[in-house]
Design a protein around this ligand. Structure first.
Ligand SMILES: [Mg+2]
Length: 384
């Protein structure tokens, strides 16, 4: 089986309501937009993946970055450099294509990808990953509703300049839902994006103070409390708190993960196969297993991104709950997974069924692709 054709489609659906991600303060996301990656093999089989970019990324830097470059002072070179780094988080990643080849391999062998990776399938518990910042009382009510849906685990966001307000968020929610629900907290400091609005940047002191406050409210994990490359500081933080430290969602290469392992920087590794590729994610998973550490893939994109990371999680030694992006009314399965024939739904126990069809296990809704997609790239063997 050989690669015969590569096609990319920009797909974009208006959200039912603007979504304000905590990790890009000041930015309103009005569309669920991504690139559908379609790889056709010479035997006619088709493999899919998805690429994330919030603005139109083809032909240069993402339009999201471009609009914030305008008006910047050229001599402020540190600021320019920082902005370019932020833009790289939000635009095209070549590794996003790699899962499509696993899709092809699985389809050729007639096996789901998790089976190729040594997994069992079945059902997997998921946690409700909220994405916006809401007032503590509002969020507490929402988490109650999430609990009633069947979720047994939830992740909150904190992003205030005032640490006391961040602590208030976890305190109020914990009090409202009681001890029966697992709560994780994401500080989103790994790859801070400040292009739209200034945002608090944590140092070790604040991270320690917050992590210790998390102990009191029995927080199951604290995610990305420091920059993704703060290897030594994260190791120091781990020594100074009992709260498990998680991270690595946009850390794309094995060599950087090797540094994280060697420095003992994390309790829970959270690679995203859209940034690492499935092959590297599995390498990280095996290293985490060897060291008796946690593994829980990151996934916050569309349904295809969830499907890919679900297959990897289903092959893991660590059966902890997998991230499930859900923050109604703006971010819900029908819009998150609009390109799939069957959106991934959570059952009344808080579980998702791992597809056991060959490959990544989803089917593209061709009508939705016609309605919301536009092909912008095609390369085949005749066009060299
Ligand atoms: Mg995160």
């Amino acid at each position: 089986m050989k690669v015969a054709k590569i096609e990319l489609y920009e797909v974009s659906i208006p959200l039912p309501q603007a979504f304000c991600p905590a990790w890009i303060p000041g930015y309103q996301r009005k569309y669920n937009r991504s690139t559908l990656i379609k790889i056709t093999a010479d035997n006619g089989l088709i493999g899919y993946s998805t690429g994330s970019h919030l603005g139109e990324a083809y032909g240069g830097p993402s339009s999201l970055l471009g609009q914030y470059m305008i008006g910047r002072k050229v001599k402020r070179m540190d600021e320019i450099r920082h902005l370019l780094r932020e833009g790289s988080f939000l635009s095209w990643q070549n590794n996003s294509m790699e899962p499509a080849f696993w899709d092809l391999l699985g389809k050729k062998e007639g096996k789901p990808v998790h089976e190729l990776l040594g997994g069992d399938g079945g059902r997997l518990q998921v946690y409700c990953s909220t994405g916006e910042l809401h007032e503590p009382e509002v969020r507490a009510e929402e988490v109650q509703a999430i609990k009633e849906m069947g979720f047994k685990s939830v992740k909150l966001r904190v992003h205030d300049h005032d640490i006391n307000k961040d602590i208030e968020q976890i305190k109020v929610v914990r009090k409202a839902v009681g001890d029966g629900m697992e709560i994780g907290v994401d500080a989103n400091q790994g790859w801070p994006v400040t292009i739209a609005k200034s945002s608090p940047i944590w140092g070790l002191k604040r991270a320690i103070e917050f992590a210790r406050a998390c102990e009191e409210y029995n927080i199951a994990w604290l995610e990305e409390p420091l920059d993704m490359y703060a290897f030594d500081e994260m190791a120091e933080l781990r020594r100074r708190t009992k709260t498990p430290i998680a991270g690595g969602e946009l850390t794309s290469g094995w060599h950087e993960h090797k540094m994280l392992f060697e420095k003992d920087s994390l309790d829970i590794y959270q690679p995203d196969s859209l940034y690492t590729g499935i092959g590297t994610a599995v390498k990280i998973m095996k290293e985490a297993a060897k060291r008796n550490l946690g593994f829980s893939p990151h996934t916050w994109f569309d349904g295809i991104g969830f499907a890919i990371n679900l297959q990897v999680a289903a092959a893991s030694h660590d059966r902890r709950a997998l991230e499930y992006p859900f923050d109604p009314p703006a971010w819900v399965p029908e819009f998150r997974d609009f390109l799939l024939k069957e959106p991934f739904m959570v059952d009344s126990d808080g579980y998702v069924t791992v597809p056991d069809k060959p490959g990544l296990g989803f089917e593209i809704d061709e009508q939705a692709l016609r309605q919301y997609g536009c092909k912008y790239y095609e390369m085949d063997k005749n066009k060299i």
